[in-house]
Write a protein that binds this ligand. Structure first.
Ligand SMILES: N[C@@H](CCC(=O)N[C@@H](CS)C(=O)NCC(=O)O)C(=O)O
Length: 219
């Protein structure tokens, strides 16, 4: 099994975590975005990481790769058994990709101080929505999205929260004080062996997101 990946990429981070959580061995192929090989473009038609090659199949899109891994290697399941809960995992992963990330990147890429407050407020509202309509409904006593067991949903979201120190550094974005479940979840995830094995430092993210964010904007 080969994973085409990039250390800086939160989406590739999702699939690396899934492989580690499931204890699967794989060849890690680090992609240089400025110099994409033919072999990479053959498995990744969008030219994006992550991409996976396994048993003659080429797969891409992090959430789909992760469901494939879970179905192909059902030991240590990372999806719940009940169809309604499986649907919730997909709903909240879809929310991450289709609502949360676009607002997050809008704050980070924005360089106009006048627009900053409004953009930041939108992301904070999204975080409160996750807290109240996500965690409060699904996670019981926690600490994970679905309670006691880690799932693909945790792996879908966590990479964006490992990068939080960069968002705080450049844009003053943090988990709001009225989101205690989200804070506890981030702490619990940060402690997992899979997460620790491939964690990058705050300084790594601050350095690597400087192109996106540019200068620090006052909150
Ligand atoms: N929806 C995709 C997004 C993957 C993605 O955007 N990856 C970025 C890096 S974080 C990429 O490979 N970009 C290629 C490039 O910038 O040339 C997924 O979930 O896998």
């Amino acid at each position: 099994m080969q994973l085409f990946t990039a250390r800086v990429c939160p989406y590739a981070h999702r699939s690396r975590l899934a492989l580690l959580e499931k204890g699967l061995s794989f060849e890690h192929i680090e992609i240089d975005f400025k110099n994409k090989s033919e072999a990479f473009l053959a498995v990744s038609p969008y030219g994006k990481v992550p991409a996976l090659e396994h048993n003659g199949q080429t797969l891409y899109e992090s959430l789909i790769i992760n469901e494939y891994l879970d179905e192909t290697f059902p030991e240590t399941p990372l999806m719940p058994a009940q169809p309604a809960l499986r649907a919730k995992v997909r709903i909240w992963a879809h929310y991450c990709d289709n609502y949360f990330i676009s607002d997050l990147y809008a704050v980070i890429k924005n360089r106009e101080a006048e627009q900053h407050g409004e953009l930041l407020g939108k992301v904070e509202e999204r975080l409160r929505f996750i807290e109240n309509d996500g965690f409060a409904q699904l996670s019981g006593d926690g600490p994970y999205w679905l309670g006691a067991e880690v799932s693909l949903l945790d792996l879908a979201w966590f990479p964006f929260f490992e990068r939080l120190p960069a968002w705080t550094h450049y844009r003053g974005l943090d988990i709001p004080a009225d989101c205690p479940r989200l804070k506890a979840w981030r702490a619990a995830m940060t402690d997992r062996p899979s997460v620790r094995e491939i964690a990058n430092t705050a300084d790594y993210y601050i350095d690597n997101y400087s192109n996106y964010a540019g200068e620090v904007l006052a909150a």
